[in-house]
Design a protein around this ligand. Sequence first.
Ligand SMILES: Nc1ncnc2c1ncn2[C@@H]1O[C@H](COP(=O)(O)OP(=O)(O)OP(=O)(O)O)[C@@H](O)[C@H]1O
Length: 766
Amino acid sequence: MNKQTDAMHTPGSMHIASFCCHGERSYDIVYPCHFQGFTNDWGYRTVESGLQNAYQEELEQLNHTIRDMDAHLEALRATPVYTGSDLTEQVLESIREGKRRNLSQAMPEPYFGRLDFHESGKAGPTPLYIGKFGVEKADSPELLVIDWRAPVASLFYSFTGGTESAVYDSPEGAIEGLVYLKRNLVIRKQILQRVVDTFDREGDAMAVTDEFLLYRLGENKDNKLRDIVSTIQAEQDAIIRAGKNNALVIQGVAGSGKTTVALHRLAYLLYQYRDQVKAEKMIIFAPSRMFLDYISGVLPELGVGHIQQTTFADWALELLDQEVKLADPAERLRYWFAVGPKRPVMDDSAPGRFKGSLAYMQWLESLLDAYEQSAVPDADFLPWEGKKLPRATIREWFHVEYKHEPLMKRRERVLARMKRWIEIELEKVWEVHLRKEYKKKSGEKLRAYTKSWTAYTPFTFYKELFNPDSRPAFISEEAAAFVPEELRRATWTAAKKKLVHTEDFAPLLYIRQRFDGIHGDLRFDHTVIDEAQDFSPFQVALLAMHTKNGSFSILGDLSQGIHAYQGIHDWHEMLDQFPEDSRGYYTLNRSYRSTMEIIYFANEVLKNGVPEPPTLAVPVFRSGDPVALVQAGGAALAGRLAEAIAAHRSREGAGTLAVLARTEERCRELHAELAAAGCAVNLIVPGQQQYEGGVSIVPIYMAKGLEFDTVLLVDVDAEYYGATPQDAKLLYVGCTRALHELKLYYGAEPSPLVADVEGDFVARGK
Ligand SMILES: Nc1ncnc2c1ncn2[C@@H]1O[C@H](COP(=O)(O)OP(=O)(O)OP(=O)(O)O)[C@@H](O)[C@H]1O
């Protein structure tokens, strides 16, 4: 092989070397200047100094690992698959199957990191190779590669440099020792592509450097979110490895890795608590089907399958047996994101805030209690003349004997018992003709009694609460007055058409759990709520009823709370629902997605609209082009966009680009104008199920949670974005979707959110 080495100095005393093989592939090594080697336990030659040696050493190690894995896999494949009924053999077969699967999954990229750790009291530093899947040696149960979720692997993430000893928690207690080397390795299809040393005890660099992270962040992304196992940061690792029985609330700035961290946490919990949690019993709530499609790659990459993934509305509709329909969400969005004089006010009287409050839940609870008290029909049961089943007895059955059953189940049981009671009483009647007559009569009476005892579904009960014509007896006048008249009328009008809004789902499911209970398969081992700032306290309370041991990951960003008409305004609204000793609040302030220029700019936007913004994002040191503020509006805009899109497409390896506008209507308009200009792009509107990547035009609220290499934000005019918290958050969400490049277009007058933004991170142009 004809290798060329090209070494050069970079800031921070690092060397970068690239190796080219016949111009086909290039291998880069980023490496501290004064690399000193040591003899390792594995019998490999010590690294003396210099770049090629480290690369060569890792190449040999990789070849050795792959040979071992190949041999192991071959041996496993050669063992005939056991299909018999012997239990021990079945267990052994499933272990072999697990190993076969692990080895096959690990083979293309066996590991991504190496940590040389000298455990106190043990001989010499041991190189630990860390990968996505743990792999045993072919001829012994010793580990060749350590699973990234294993306790010792936590050092790879939590170690931030320095000479002091490092500690990790193992099942045997805290283990202490010294870290000698932290090395990142890029292996693709079994080819070693890159070796980056981010810490070397013997060298100059005593703090872990971000070189490798920056290299990963600088890459263009495709249309799916990816795993980050090789570059998880210490603050993210702390969340991933937090205990299972805790409700974690994570406030993280845009691009801080909240979604990614939540997915890695699921993989961790499945590994660490494998006897207690099952993938099928974990659930992720995400804002839309398209978002779920966007994140769908991460869990399989981590070797995790079968986790339930849904939106709150889809989950609720299924539980409600599709008895209701969700009123057109697009209409809602049109209303809340309207511009001009039509702009609505988002305060606590908004339907979403009102019906999403814990006060509303308590109101419902008191109505259900009142209904429970009056549920048994107000009369004795008289199956035939002279025979009576007193109401007091029926009430005793309902309120005492079946107390632990859910309401509708209790009704069924009482009615079944009444039927049995009739049968017993009939047996006491000796005259045949009388018995026949009583049987007929009692059957009719029982049917009438059953009818008088309304069998509500959650929806029919809920609907009755808003009925203007007949108020059920269990609703007092005072209770009825709790709901503002306008909201009562709107809810009733929609309910007549079997339509509900998002904020009605938690109340409906709350009624459902009182009526039918929560069956075992609806209790989750762990619940993830992404974009949780858009969830209501009531939704969280409801999910807590469905989640065992308060095991939650609740992630969001108040600065992105663009659906403030239904979401929370403060994390306490959620956090305070969990006991103090089993909840945790974390903040993630570093943003990994965007360049420094984009983050600085987005922070200014936020500050100009939100009087007291929550924590501002801190960028990683990754620089790109300044954010461009371009004057182009009206008829000229489509032409300018088409130019920018053409320039983007002409770039080699062009990634994703999104044109972001405020409303769906505006997106449709621009989509048509671009098409007329010969520029075809994907139009993404509410209801979209998949995200295809490429070039798209999207309303900002639909782009939430997604990211694009380039973002072109249009209509950044005073008319569309005023200096209000709501508009600032919307524009902030738009800006922070961009990884590498951000351009904002305005027509006549730029929005006050951007007009005075100054600094070398912004460039103005025509
Ligand atoms: N430790 C990391 N190493 C490499 N990339 C990372 C890391 N953490 C996050 N990222 C990348 O940053 C981007 C943002 O991640 P993610 O979407 O999970 O953030 P988020 O906090 O959910 O963002 P938002 O709130 O804006 O939707 C992704 O491209 C992700 O791969």
